[in-house]
Design a protein around this ligand. Sequence first.
Ligand code: C2E
Ligand code: CA
Ligand code: CA
Length: 550
Amino acid sequence: MSRQAFQLRKNSGSALSRTERDIAAIGVIFAALALFVGTGSSVFIHLTRHLLFGEANDDTILTTALLLNIALIVFGWRRYVDLSREVAARREAETAALRLADTDPLTGLENRRSFDVTLTRMAQATTHDGGSLALILIDLDQFKTANDAHGHKTGDTVLIEAARRAKVMLGVDAALARLGGDEFAALVRFAPGADARGQAERIATRIGAAIALPIDCDDTIVTVTASIGIACDRIAPDRASCDGFGEALMHQADLAMYQAKKAGRNRHCWFDPEMETEILERSRLEQGIRHGLRNGEFRPHYEKQVNLATGAITGLEMLARWHSPDLGVIGPDVFVPIAEEIGVMPELSEALIRQALIDAGEWAPHLTLAINISPVQLRDPWFAQRLLKLLIEARMPPHRIDVEVTEQCLTENLTLVRSLITSLRNQGVRISLDDFGHSESSMAHLRTLPFDRIKIDRNFIAGLGQSADSTAMVEAISAMGRGMDLAITAEGIESVEILDELRKLGAFRGQGYVYGQPLSADDLRTELVELNLLAVVPTPVPLTGDRHRA
Ligand code: C2E
Ligand code: CA
Ligand code: CA
């Protein structure tokens, strides 16, 4: 039993004994009154005469009893009044406690506990009358940012205002609750035969639009949006029995809300049974990734990086592949975002880098190794130390390593990222800005961070010779690279024609399918042997006595 429930029971227990005490107090008063009436009438006249006219009072015992009776009545009455006051105060406190247990103190809305009760009650009612229900789950999108940026007081104002606006948009046959944090739930009841879906859709649209309007928070204006998931009771299982109905409806609205977030936030989505399959698929992938990480199923593949002028291989970019026994070979676009989300990306990346360093130890020493780093790794203040430790363990000179960061890595905590990049560069590691031109902030980043190289996004390269824009862009980047003394790599070169175009535009390095698909470590090794690009392993010299002395 919860502490609250226990407290409530305890309170109601003491209310019962108070009622008994009330009866006892009233009993005392009535007994005293009965005695007063019984003895009082005869004794009272004698007593009055004795007090007023000094006549002798021959009934002293009865007089004393009468006085005692009066005292008892006064005492009993006072006790009764005190007890009544105490009982009223306690009842008020109990009502307040009950209200608090059912209400969210900040917004005054129902809380999760009472919403569950409302959900069950409304489900029973609609089962009975043939009506229907829609559950609308509302989650604010940028609330955490607003809270962190402007403080908790502003955050509270945003929550209160969002709750108020949502409430205004709901009709009378609806309940609204704050489930916790920045999550709200509305339950709307529709009459039999009503267009529940159409109406719920309109309500969700109105709630979303109302919440998105700027919120005036005293000294600042905050704008948040909402991601909304809607589930309708028709799809929920066990409708008839109501067993687990509320939970199922909530689960479905939650999936729909997750979908709204995934689709870009600030929108609403309806639950679709396919979402269930997707979530199962996703959890299979999550488990697979964790398992694969333990089993060494993630392996580095390598893409050649070539000097376009000479055609010579200058280095290799490590691209991760997941060799899943169940799913086959999976690319990083599938597993990297999930690994980032479930928090295993740093561990996964370290395992891959460790393996890549072993592989690179076999290559000719002038070949560089490029590694891709995820934004989550650059949130770790110890990242530079970790990487340098791996290099020391593998006896790999830092100047052979090229760390590729995307602009995504530069969107948060730029100070930390700058210090990590600077400390890696001080150790001799080169830093490249990957997918350059992909975002509008590319130029700003180039000016503020010490990069060695930029890699032109493959979308511009693909358009070379076909789109004037792409050619102009590559020309401009080439000129800028010369001006800023930055080396340039063109990636995603798919054809000889593009290669020819690029050669006209400047002295680049390049990579892409024109040089073949990324290779496994073994396949790469075979190619490097043919090209005579493996490290020359010194033939062991026997330790003769003479050499030993020298
Ligand atoms: P990226 O760094 O831009 O890598 C180049 C991607 O383009 C690779 O895809 C590569 O296979 C593909 N590619 C190469 N040449 C061509 C071409 O001529 N045409 C086209 N259309 N594509 C080409 P992949 O291997 O699927 O990797 C995708 C992204 O995943 C990479 O993009 C990189 O950002 C990321 N990634 C790969 N490995 C890792 C890793 O170990 N850690 C992290 N954090 N990210 C990784
Ligand atoms: Ca890359
Ligand atoms: Ca790239």
